[in-house]
Design a protein around this ligand. Structure first.
Ligand SMILES: NC(=O)c1ccc[n+]([C@@H]2O[C@H](COP(=O)([O-])OP(=O)(O)OC[C@H]3O[C@@H](n4cnc5c(N)ncnc54)[C@H](OP(=O)(O)O)[C@@H]3O)[C@@H](O)[C@H]2O)c1
Length: 297
């Protein structure tokens, strides 16, 4: 385990994952702790799978509040937890772990972040179909958020249609609208008819990545939620969607929306949202993309 390079503090929180040196979470949470006069420090636990148990033991120590969980451990942590929310159970993935006196309590604040953005466009979402590209943990989080803010129907597209079908089959038990599945390569028509498109693949993280959505599907008024982000600017999907007049939430908006949930769960205090936003802007040099509100919330 890379020793987390954190300053000495009275309590600690961590992001647990692998290859996470680029994470913006410390840049968002540490100024927020300081703004409330909390002598806490948010650091990274960047560990390979062979050292996951060692990292979890660190997170059980009394000086650790808990923290966020990211790839590839969002599912693996379920086996170590004493308590999981219904949301975590349905998604099969957790993104936040609270250390409550040595007991691990799991939540999924990816769902909370997506639902917060969807609820501001609930009337638009309700008008048509949603298409999810990808069939992993973020796709499951979107399905759970769509349970709360339903479209007319949902289509899950993936490069492995059997993965899309498996996720759709699970979601049929709890999403109150029809959920279908298909092959990503055969999704052009459905994408062109969607009211909401969600990118739940890693496409767009690396420079030169192709867009997961054909340019012809992008048009004015379309809602595009692209959960990935690049620290140095917009990716291809985000640029093309904005150029086409679509309304876009990006991965940076996602970070900003989920961070207050994490903060509140870790500290029991209301998060200083303005401090978090300005810290994110200072760390990246740009503001998160936001699709605003249609008046429903
Ligand atoms: N902004 C944030 O705070 C935030 C939060 C959560 C996630 N994310 C990002 O969102 C992305 C997805 O996360 P996740 O947890 O859902 O990952 P995941 O569980 O691994 O699922 C990824 C999905 O994308 C598909 N995929 C991977 N590479 C692809 C490609 N080249 N073309 C088409 N499909 C591809 C995978 O298909 P296979 O199963 O066939 O590989 C899988 O269906 C990651 O980059 C993650 O870092 C960002």
């Amino acid at each position: 385990m890379n020793r987390p390079s954190v300053r000495k503090a009275t309590r600690y929180a961590f992001l647990l994952g692998e290859h996470i040196s680029h994470s913006l979470s410390p840049a968002v949470h540490n100024p927020a702790f300081a703004a409330l006069g909390l002598d806490y420090e948010y650091g990274l636990l960047d560990v390979p799978p062979a050292r996951l148990q060692e990292a979890l033991a660190r997170m059980r120590q009394p000086d650790c509040l808990g923290g966020n969980i990211t790839m590839p451990y969002k599912h693996d942590v379920l086996a170590a937890a004493e308590e999981c929310s219904e949301t975590v159970r349905r998604c099969g993935a957790a993104s936040i772990l609270i250390n409550r006196d040595g007991r691990f309590v799991l939540q999924n604040n990816d769902v909370e972040a997506i639902a917060a953005c969807l609820s501001r466009r609930a009337a638009t979402v309700a008008k048509g179909p949603a298409v999810i590209v990808g069939a992993g943990g973020s796709a499951a989080a979107m399905l759970e958020a769509l349970r709360r803010v339903p479209p007319t129907r949902v289509l899950v597209l993936a490069r492995r249609p059997e993965a899309a079908e498996a996720l759709a089959e699970r979601a049929r038990g709890w999403v109150p609208v029809p959920v279908e599945a298909g092959h990503l390569q055969e999704g052009a028509k459905a994408l062109a008819e969607a009211t909401l498109i969600f990118n739940a693949t890693p496409l767009g993280v690396r420079e030169g990545d192709p867009s997961p959505v054909p340019r012809e599907a992008l048009r004015p008024g379309l809602l595009v939620y692209d959960i990935v982000y690049r620290r140095d600017g917009l990716n291809r999907l985000q640029s093309e969607a904005l150029a086409a007049g679509a309304l876009v939430c990006d991965g940076m908006r996602h970070i900003f929306e989920q961070a207050p949930f994490t903060f509140q769960m870790l500290t029991g205090r209301e998060a200083p949202r303005e401090v978090m936003l300005e810290s994110l802007v200072a760390a990246t040099g740009r503001r998160p993309l936001d699709w605003g509100s249609d008046g429903t919330a």
